[in-house]
Design a protein around this ligand. Sequence first.
Ligand SMILES: [Zn+2]
Length: 369
Amino acid sequence: MQIKRVENPFLYYIGISAILFSSCQSGQTEETFYTLEDFSKVPKIDVHVHINTADNALVEQAEKDNFILLTINVEVPDYPTIDQQLDYALDQKESLPERVYFLSTFETKTLEDENWHNQAIASLQASKEKGSLGVKMWKNIGMVIKDQKGDFIKIDHPKFDPIFQYLEKNNIPVCGHIGEPKNCWLPLEEMTVNNDRNYYKRHPQYHMYQHPEYPSYEELIESRDRVLEKYPDLKFIGTHLGSMEWSVDEIAKRLEKYPNMAVDLTARISHLQYQSLTDWDKVYDFFVQYQDRIMYGTDLHVTEDADPDQVKKNAHQTWRRDWQYLVTEDSMQNELVNGKFKGLKLPQDIVDKLYYKNAGNWYPIVLNK
Ligand SMILES: [Zn+2]
């Protein structure tokens, strides 16, 4: 925290409040806090949404709730094609250029072709010229794509070297979703949060505990770490808490080791709430210690057939619920976590970083200062 010192002692005598005086004397600034009611007054950025439609409902709600959105193009099988997603992003951006930003991605279907990397880089260059702020890499790398021998192609595969070299050299940030929550490799009854338990119960095909032929959790995290070691200047944002959502200690270890790594909270805030059930101080200290390297995100996803009113309602509820956890000390409960947990009540300057300023440092979003 920055300590504001009054250089001219004369100032002490002309209208400086007693609080400021005493705080300067003790070498500390007064901590100030936001309340639940400040929610729509404070400028915020959601660094992880997917707007796969031309409808503006989410952007309209973002305007109302004082959010800027970063919409992310990603190679998910049941999403529109990468080109379609780019068109949606450009469309959304055109309607409100200062409210919407986007990340692009590349296709991996032709990864085995000799010339694949040149095409991938050319497509990234083209989307950068259209305004993309960075590149998304998804969990299909490591968990879906295989080579001709039938082995999984992980993120540290040499095929990706030219891509990382290009990104590192041009200071283009990567938003990396590598691996899954650790719960995915555990039996249902051992999973820590209900959202994971329900998801893998419904989608046994993705429940890695039942598929030992897939790479282990550790193998995937290690492959990601090897990339960070090899490309120390690569700006890497580990989305979903870098898939280390189960332990703030594990995240801290990587943030210590890789100075150009940051994480976002996207769709994993329940895991922090779970940890704050038993060790609130540790979660709080994590935010204080790494206040420059954590960003707020949700994974709100809007499809063509979504009901605009429902989109708005859901976004508002999600954003407001997370705000309550981060800025108040309310005792809270939700369907994701079993038990009551206390809000973190982070000081204003940390909240501003995590909701706004950090996104402007890690992605080239131009902020109003
Ligand atoms: Zn996502």
